[in-house]
Ligand binder design. Sequence first.
Ligand code: CTP
Length: 394
Amino acid sequence: MSRIVLGVTGGIAAYKAVDLASRLRQQDHAVDVVLTRAAEAFVTPLSFSAVTGRPAYRDEDLWQGGESILHVELAHAAELVVIAPATADFIARAAHGLADSLLGSLLLSTRCPIIWAPAMESAMWQHPATRENVGRLQAVGQRVLPPGEGHLASGRQGIGRMPQPDEILVAVEEALRTPLLSHVRVLVTAGPTREYIDPVRFLSNPSTGRMGIAVAEAARSWGAAVTLVLGPTEVPAPGGVQVVGVTSSAEMFQAVEAELEHTDVLVATAAVADLRPARQFDHKVKKDELPNALELERTDDILAYAGAHRRPGQILVGFAAETDDPEVEARRKLQQKNCDLVVGNDVRQEGAGFGVNTNVCTFVTAHGAWQVGPASKREIGEEIMAFVAQRLGR
Ligand code: CTP
């Protein structure tokens, strides 16, 4: 349980902050809500105190009289401050150190981590003044979550929606956690591979690499040193991790082989092509000259190689994307590839598989199996890291 200050500023998304406060409370946090005057036009302190079981504060409370000074008390007790929603106006005030509200004074007084969940119209978010103000907050180590895209209060579509409570909760967890995996080296394979027939044709699959990218992000947030071996994808690689871009399964194999010796944990999420053309042409083959059947050969199994050459203490995690029984298949792969954990999923199930942001998984180890999800790919990444931390006795 941690003591969290939830600052609510005056935007239409303020009503969503009530849900956020409730969910923080459900996670056993003690939540002190502080509203700005503008926020009170949208929600009342009572809405918050009803879900947090604690008083919610407003500017009038700044000088209550008596011994204690409220903003200093709250600032010192807080282990984390979350501002949701954060308006352009309040971001500007905080970026310039204004202390003309209870929340503004509290932000200047606290030394705990601060997370911002901005919500505003796209034009305001993109305005150079806001960009500069956000940059100021980031420069002093505060975390500004990117707003979401979609329907805005004006009726327009665009960037500026308050990040989803789920995303904010993940950020809260990250901020509160002491990095359990610091000094642990995690290697993640992700994305598809391309097996070229000639310079303009290849065999591949629809993997986007999202699952592996989410695992890499989760590992980084647990304090690990992360290397991501990433096949061709449009999805941007995360910051703060070392990215090795590869194209074919042979390149991915080489990249992993080179890293394995320095790896404590391998998480193989890549959808490696199982077959490649036996012959590759170095020029574009004219269609009239294309054969009716391609002669194919097997690619090397990267995870199986790692399993056969694993060092004592090294942890191996595989995935099994299936259309049949994922648990049975995951168990088979666990044994065949000598892994500690295989995450099986049924790619035909709704909210699972290629290209989507969620997954429903069965975690299979030598000792048992359990279901994880439906959950975001990031949450599944977090669960994998929890398993790894436990295995490492952290
Ligand atoms: N994998 C790998 N290298 C390969 C093939 C698979 O590292 N050449 C890894 C994947 O990243 C995944 C696991 O092995 O972690 C299982 O991959 P999957 O494609 O589900 O299984 P296959 O081994 O190809 O087996 P099958 O086709 O029988 O399902």
